[in-house]
Design a protein around this ligand. Structure first.
Ligand code: KG4
Ligand code: ZN
Length: 341
């Protein structure tokens, strides 16, 4: 089955062609980062308008890359939520219009299920069951995964998502949007141990997270540096490193706890923050000590992309699921509401 996947939930237009027999045939992305950078974050209306502009050229591009024509496509998968409603509606309307015109089924995919399944596109995919740490700009969740659609939420952030904490902290320190890669870059040159930040909510039982206090702590530390006349590049790097280490260690402690609690040994990390190298290394060390493994997607498939939507949609379509001819999207959508395969 050849599936066209469309991702438009936020600031990236992602389009891909995934074949259930031959694997991923083509994948194209247009990132709107430069468009939103001037505003320090995503402007929803600008995002929607840009998705409209990029969608059809990207679809033509993946068809060319894969050496396919429109009539080869068996079904269309699109992100139906969670995300920005206007942006989601662009992908949903485009998918449903093409599905109607080409007389093929369409399926709305849950964006976080897309992220969660992205490591399945890699050469050594994880086997069920596993614990998943979903860390994106909008979500931080620990989930027990027994199969596609069999999700049990173990813990989540009570305030900012991990990616959001990176982005907001970076903004407070005068760094560019998106903040995650910027902080990671500065942290590489930071001096370990100069600053030590708290590991929020690790001193009490449970698997929930809270990152907003850490953001304030970082801001205060950076302001103290500035007030004492030490706003050098080195200090910025040291603060960035202390912040990243606090996030990474907090996530690692909670992942270890989740593995112990469930008795599982394999961990999947997905979403934009799973591209973070310090996080990957820390989780690799932790799972190795438990005789388990950690699985993640290549960096381009950690952040938003069409391939994960095409893959997730394909699995559900193969199980006989598809949408009615209606354009419905959801800004909020708990993943546990998804039907099991
Ligand atoms: O999954 P994603 O592309 O979009 C959402 O679904 O939200 O995640 C984007 C988030 C942003 O907050 C970005 O700063 C963060 O992922 N991110 C990173 C890194 N690369 C992207 N955070 C930390 N380290 C990175 N290398
Ligand atoms: Zn995402």
């Amino acid at each position: 089955m050849l599936v066209l996947g469309l991702e438009t939930s936020c600031d990236e237009t992602g389009v891909a062609l995934y074949d259930s027999e031959r694997g991923l045939l083509a994948d194209a992305l247009f990132s709107q980062i430069d468009l939103h950078r001037a505003y320090g974050g995503v402007v929803p209306e600008l995002a929607s308008r840009d998705h409209v502009k990029r969608m059809l050229p990207l679809i033509r591009q993946v068809l060319d890359e894969a050496g396919c024509v429109a009539t080869d496509i068996d079904a269309i998968a699109y992100t139906a939520g969670p995300g920005l409603v206007g942006a989601l509606l662009v992908g949903a309307s485009c998918a449903q219009a093409l599905a109607f015109a080409w007389d093929i089924p369409a399926i709305g995919v849950h964006h976080m299920e897309g992220h969660l399944l992205a490591p399945m596109l890699e050469p050594t995919p994880p086997a069920f069951p596993f614990v998943a740490l979903l860390v994106s700009g909008g979500h931080t969740q620990l989930v027990r995964v027994d199969g596609i659609g069999q999700y049990q939420l173990l813990g989540e952030s009570l305030d900012d998502a991990a990616g959001e904490a990176f982005d907001k902290t970076a903004k407070l320190m005068g760094l560019r949007y998106p903040g995650g890669p910027e902080i990671a870059r500065l942290a590489e040159r930071g001096i370990p141990g100069r600053f030590v930040f708290p590991r929020p909510m690790t001193d009490r039982p449970g698997l929930d997270f809270s990152f907003s206090g850490l953001k304030t702590f970082t801001l205060n530390t950076w302001q103290q540096c500035q007030d004492s006349g030490d706003d050098s590049e080195q200090s910025r790097c040291d603060v960035a490193l202390a912040f990243q280490q606090a996030v990474v260690e907090t996530l690692t402690i909670k992942c270890r706890r989740a593995l112990k609690q469930t008795g599982l040994s394999n961990l999947v990390i997905a979403g934009g923050v799973s591209a973070n190298r310090a996080l990957r290394t820390s989780l690799e060390d932790m799972t190795a000590a438990l005789k388990g493994n950690v699985f993640y997607a290549r960096p381009a498939f950690c952040t938003d992309n069409g391939a994960m939507i095409a893959y997730a949609g394909c699995q559900r379509l193969l199980a006989g699921q598809h949408e009615e001819l209606a354009i419905t999207v959801q800004a909020r959508w708990p993943m546990e509401q998804l039907p099991a395969l």
